[in-house]
Unconditional design. Structure first.
Length: 116
């Protein structure tokens, strides 16, 4: 496990490397970018990232919503929840983070970065 000083030094090095990195050049032209912006304003069209690569998928919104409903209606894969489990998971997370803080395995700063 890294000491706090070592962790801070590593964090600073990574931050410095990220600041020096140049973003990749766009793979689409200005005209294509403008066309995407125009399409994005159109309610009948949905633009999504493709499953792989940096491509975009442009679909009719009604068709997209129908496909989503079809996928989510598969009861072998998904089930309707009786209530939202988020609060239970949040309490469990807070409990674990509190215990780790008390055991000095993480710092106060580390624990607050994890809260939802």
């Amino acid at each position: 496990m890294l000491s706090t000083a070592e962790g801070e030094q590593l964090r600073a090095q990574v931050a410095g490397a990220l600041k020096q990195a140049e973003p990749p050049k766009s793979s689409i032209s200005k005209g294509e970018r403008q066309a995407l912006r125009t399409l994005a304003k159109e309610k009948s069209v949905t633009i999504l990232p493709a499953d792989k690569g940096k491509a975009r998928v442009i679909m009719d919104t009604a068709e997209y919503e129908e496909k989503v409903k079809e996928v989510l209606s598969d009861e072998k894969v998904y089930e309707v929840l009786k209530k939202d489990p988020t609060a239970v998971y949040k309490r469990q997370l807070v409990s674990i983070l509190t215990r780790l803080k008390e055991e000095n395995k993480i710092t106060e700063g580390d624990s607050t970065k994890c809260y939802v």
